[in-house]
Every structure is written in C-alpha cells, then in structure tokens.
Design a protein around this ligand. Structure first.
Ligand SMILES: Nc1ncnc2c1ncn2[C@@H]1O[C@H](COP(=O)(O)OP(=O)(O)OP(=O)(O)O)[C@@H](O)[C@H]1O
Ligand SMILES: [Mg+2]
Length: 333
C-alpha cells in the first residue's frame, strides 16, 4: 500500500474582503496526482507560491480537498474518524524552529506530544531518549532550547515528531532559516531517519543540493506537478528547470555550462566526483562511457602511465569544481 496517495487533488483558498465576505477563490492546487511508497525519501521543489506548503498541509490533514482525495497510509483524510491517527502517522516540521518548541527544557519538549496522547510515563521517557539520540541531540536533553543553534533547535523539533512514532515526516523548508552548517545537520538527521528507521520523508526545499540524494523529486508549478523523476532525471533538464524558475545543483550547472562550451560531458552530473571523472574522460578525448568500458579491460603499460598523471589532473579538475562552487556561492534560495 502507498504511504501517500493523492488523486486529482484540487485546493481552493477562499478570499474574503475586509468585512469577511467571500470575495473569490485562489486555486493553490490544481489537479495533482501523486504516489509515495513507504520508506521513500521524496523532495518537493517549486518556486514561491507553486503550492508546496498547501500540498504538505493536505498530507497532515491540516487542509482538506476542495476536490479529489488524499490517502495517508490508506486512510482518507476527509474521514474524520481517522483525523488523529493521520496526524500522528504523518508528522510535520515547519520552517521556524522557534514556533515549534514550547517547553523550557529540550527533553520536556520532545515528551510533550506523547504525553498529550496519553502515552504512559515510562514509555514517554524511552521515546524521548530514542528520539533525541536519533537526531544526535541526546547530550543536550537538559538544556534550555534558547541555548541551542538553529540547526539544533530544528533537530529537537524533528525529535518531537519522531517521539510520536510516525510512519512519515513532512518537512516544509526546515532549513530555510538556518546557516549552512545547520542545514547540513538537519538534512543528515532526516536522511538517517529514512535510511535507518525506514521513515518515509517528504522534504520541501528551495535548496537544490538537499534534493540530490532523494529517491524521487516532484517539481511543483502553479499548483501542478510539472516534473517528476529521479534527481538525475530532473537535474539533467537545466533549461526546463530554468523555465520553472528553479536552479540545479551548482556542480550540475557547471557541467551544463562546460557542455555548452563544447566539452563532451554527460547531462546528468550531480556530484563533484562525477564531474571530476567526466573531465578526466574528456581530457583524454574519451566520453565517460568509453572510459568506463576501458576500466574493465586489462591495464596496459600506457594506461598505467596515464593513471600516474591522473592524480594531478584530478586535483586540477577538483580545483576547477571548487572555483565553480565558490563563484556560485550565495546564489541559492
Ligand atoms: N491562507 C491562504 N489564503 C489564500 N491564499 C493562500 C493561502 N495560503 C496560500 N495561498 C496562495 O496559494 C498559493 C500556493 O501557496 P503555497 O503557500 O502553498 O505555496 P508554496 O509553494 O509553499 O510557496 P513558498 O515557496 O513561498 O513557501 C499561492 O498563490 C498563495 O498566495
Ligand atoms: Mg511554502
């Protein structure tokens, strides 16, 4: 069974005038079909106002369909009998950690959710410990949230969601207010929960780099799913992404520019290492496929020699990538 299944979803917000009379509607979601399997790590991209947050709120039964149906773990969100079960199974993490932490002490904050649904005390403490450990925050359990960095606070928010033992977590731009280190901490924590605990993760983000390791990406545009596929399938379409007012990861963009300048590089480069390998292939006048095939053939003396100089080339190529990244720094979001 799908973790999340969405069929022909439409969401209209009602606009009201100053007196509170209905003045019209805004269509935020316009016929979305979507399927997420248990254990997947999904990234949702899309420029401002494309409907990402509206979609996220449907997954947690904070909003209900104007038309169409949303099922979470087989439960129709419109079925009020399942409301609390849905909200427990699909936990939400929002942008601002300061709005999500309520208690004066970290461990109390994480225990708040389970306590609220009547989990026995002993079990609460067990969950608090496990959840804080899962996001690498156990050593801070006695601290006041005020003394934590943004990334740490956000990890406490995630621990609070995990303590409810959800099957799925939906993170709506959880890193938008964080510095680069905080961003990495939070993404690492989410990835770990996905890989080690099998929790389905739906990550909404404006940072393309955060989507590289996703199993699947959905790109929203004007309330519709404009593109979907693996990170490689999505990010290789640089021009299409530009049309949707989106970037691609810096390394992918650099590779794209080099291709346009005439280098024979594959369209789907996502990491620094891939670019370095591809550039090495180029320098010897080989396409990467050819280079790949050559690896499997017996190494001749000549190849051994070129392998010896390969290390220098690799460093040069690495520096090139580094320079590209630094040049692009600050262009994100
Ligand atoms: N409460 C609301 N009332 C009326 N219109 C709304 C409301 N919330 C969002 N909208 C509109 O719905 C559309 C989708 O908004 P949504 O917040 O889902 O986009 P988003 O992709 O999350 O954007 P962002 O990247 O800025 O977070 C936008 O046109 C927005 O103005
Ligand atoms: Mg949003």
């Amino acid at each position: 069974m799908s973790m999340i299944k969405i069929q022909k979803l439409i969401h209209d917000y009602i606009k009201r005038d100053d007196e509170g009379n209905v003045a019209g509607t805004v269509r935020a979601i316009s016929g979305v079909d979507l399927d997420v399997q248990p254990g997947q790590f999904i990234a949702v991209l899309g420029h401002n106002g494309s409907g990402k947050s509206t979609l996220a709120k449907h997954l947690n039964a904070l909003l209900f369909p104007t038309e169409g149906t949303v099922w979470v773990d087989g439960m129709d969100t419109k079925d009020s009998a399942h409301l609390w079960e849905i909200r427990r199974e699909a936990g939400m993490v929002f942008q601002n950690p300061d709005n999500q932490i309520i208690a004066q002490v970290v461990e109390e904050d994480v225990g708040f959710g389970p306590e609220n649904i009547g989990v026995p005390t002993e079990e609460i403490w067990k969950r608090v410990e496990e959840s804080l450990a899962a996001v690498g925050m156990l050593e801070h359990r006695k601290k006041s949230p005020n003394r934590l960095s943004g990334g740490q606070k956000q990890r406490v928010s995630i621990a609070g969601v995990i303590a409810m033992e959800p099957k799925c977590i939906i993170l709506d731009e959880p890193t938008a207010m964080l510095d680069p280190n905080g961003r990495k901490e939070v993404i690492k924590a989410a990835m770990k929960l996905n890989r080690e605990k099998g929790i389905t993760v739906i990550l909404i983000t404006h940072y393309m780099e955060e989507a590289i390791d996703a199993d699947r990406i959905f790109v929203m545009d004007q309330g519709e799913v404009a593109m979907q596929g693996t990170p490689r399938e999505i990010f290789s379409q640089v021009e299409r992404m530009k049309e949707l007012q989106l970037d691609v990861p810096q390394v992918t963009l650099l590779a794209h520019e080099l291709r346009k300048a005439g280098l024979d590089l594959p369209a789907s480069i996502l990491t620094k290492e891939e670019l370095v390998d591809a550039l090495l292939g180029c320098e010897t006048g080989q396409s990467t496929e050819v280079a790949e095939k050559q690896k499997s053939t017996a190494a001749t003396e000549e190849q051994k020699n070129s392998a010896a100089t390969g290390e220098q080339k690799s460093t040069a190529a690495n520096r090139q990538v580094q320079a590209g990244e630094e040049a692009g720094h600050g262009n994100q979001g």
